[in-house]
Every structure is written in structure tokens, then in C-alpha cells.
Design a protein around this ligand. Structure first.
Ligand SMILES: [Zn+2]
Length: 245
């Protein structure tokens, strides 16, 4: 299990299993490439140069200029590089992989930055605006991008797996930079009480995911994602009230 696989199963079991079986692949997302581009810039100069080379066609136009999304990404990278505090929070070993066991399942994590001297780890996140609100069914309220994208869950899982590997409780941080022009930025920490909720959430939902993965139960279809829309077969009508569910 990984955090992204867990999140994907929570969104739609049918889509995730089809993806794992190689029967379905997500459409190309420019936003995802932009995110990887920003990450690569903080990993190392070599990684960044290689990333730009490998993705030249989507990053640079025929005149040799960067497309708007990547020109904006350069501003986001500079916004962090010009900030000593943000760069301090991003210091450490990059892209470190650990494995461990949580609730009877083997997990693999990849940490953006881990600083063994300070016993902290941090994850770089790009987002639209720091204070944007998102409705969350999971939390039954409006939440920030951090909860909306399950980054608290991610930090909880990472902290546990890091503990299993090092015997120490590392403190998690998110270094956030926005897609605004000029970009906004923040280094975020977490109140300890948030992790108890994520622990219960992961524990409660994991058995259903494992059963789905092993083919023991009928898969839930969200009926909203691109996979469900592409494979949908109607067999009934529904009252218009359910359109907004
Ligand atoms: Zn779906």
C-alpha cells in the first residue's frame, strides 16, 4: 500500500483496481507534470536538468520559450529559493524510500526531504491559494487544501513508517507554494490531535480496500470519475434530487 494508492481506492475502487491491473491508465495531466517539475528543482540540479530534457516537448514550445504553466512554475521555484526559512525547511536527504507495516498491511513511502539531524521531514506542495476552502465529505465540513488532498493522512502514515525505521518521532512539515502570480508560500506544522483522526480513518477503511484488492468483494464504483463514466451502463432512472449527491 502507498498513501496515493489508499487515496485512490477511497475515491473509486473500480478505477484503482483497473489501473493496478493495467486495464486503465489516467489521462495525461499537465498539472501533475508541473508538480513534478517543481519537485525536481529542489531535488538536485542534475535531476532537474534531466527532467526538463525528458519532458522538453511539454515544457518548451517550438520557439524555445517555456509554456505558461512552466514559466509560472519557475516563479514558484524562485519564490521558495529566495526564502531562507522555506529553504531551511526543505533541507535534508531527498526522495527517501522507507517501508513498514500499518494495520497488518505493508506500506511504502517516499519522503521529499528528511533531516535526520533535526528529526524533521517535509513535503513540498503546490496549490492554488493558501486559504481556498474545499467541501470535504471525509471531515463533513469545509477544509483547507491540506485536508482536502489528504495531506494530514500522508503525514500521519509517513511519521509512523519513519518511526518504525528510525525509532524516533520525526516532526512533519508542509512547504506550500501557490500558483498565484506572484506566488504565496508557507511552512505548515500540524497539531498533534489531527493524527488520531487519521489513524482511525486509515484503520477503518483499510480492510475494505484489502478485500477489494484481493477480489473478495464486489468493487464500489464512484460513478463520477473518468473510468466510471467511460464504462457506465445505465439500467434505471433516478429522481433529480440525486443529481446533487
Ligand atoms: Zn469511479
Amino acid at each position: 500500500m502507498s498513501v496515493s494508492q489508499f487515496k485512490s481506492f477511497m475515491e473509486c475502487q473500480a478505477k484503482t483496481l483497473a489501473e493496478l491491473k493495467g486495464e486503465y491508465s489516467r489521462p495525461h495531466s499537465n498539472a501533475l507534470t508541473v508538480g513534478s517539475y517543481v519537485h525536481a528543482a529542489f531535488e538536485s540540479d542534475e535531476v532537474f536538468s534531466k527532467f526538463v530534457e525528458d519532458n522538453r516537448k511539454v515544457i518548451v514550445n517550438t520557439r524555445g520559450n517555456k509554456y505558461a504553466d512552466f514559466a509560472q512554475a519557475d516563479k514558484m521555484i524562485q519564490a521558495l529559493k529566495n526564502d531562507k526559512f522555506a529553504m531551511f525547511a526543505l533541507e535534508g536527504e531527498k526522495e527517501v524510500i522507507y517501508t513498514g507495516e500499518l494495520f497488518g498491511v505493508l506500506w511504502k513511502i517516499k519522503v521529499d526531504n528528511i533531516n535526520h539531524r533535526l528529526k524533521i521531514f517535509s513535503d513540498l506542495k503546490t496549490t492554488q491559494e493558501l486559504s481556498k476552502r474545499y467541501w470535504s465529505d471525509k471531515y463533513s465540513k469545509y477544509v483547507s487544501f491540506v485536508e482536502a488532498y489528504d495531506y494530514v493522512l500522508q503525514m500521519y502514515v509517513y511519521r509512523e513508517i519513519i518511526y518504525q525505521n528510525t525509532g524516533e518521532n520525526y516532526r512533519p512539515y508542509i512547504v506550500a507554494v501557490t500558483k498565484q502570480d506572484p506566488p504565496d508560500k508557507a511552512v505548515l506544522h500540524f497539531d498533534e490531535s489531527r493524527f488520531e483522526f487519521e489513524k482511525e480513518y486509515a484503520q477503518t477503511n483499510l480492510s475494505g480496500i484489502v478485500q477489494a484488492k484481493q477480489g473478495e468483494v464486489a468493487l464500489n464504483r464512484c460513478e463520477k470519475c473518468d473510468y466510471c463514466r467511460a464504462t457506465k451502463q445505465l439500467n434505471n432512472t433516478f429522481e433529480i434530487e440525486f443529481l446533487l449527491e
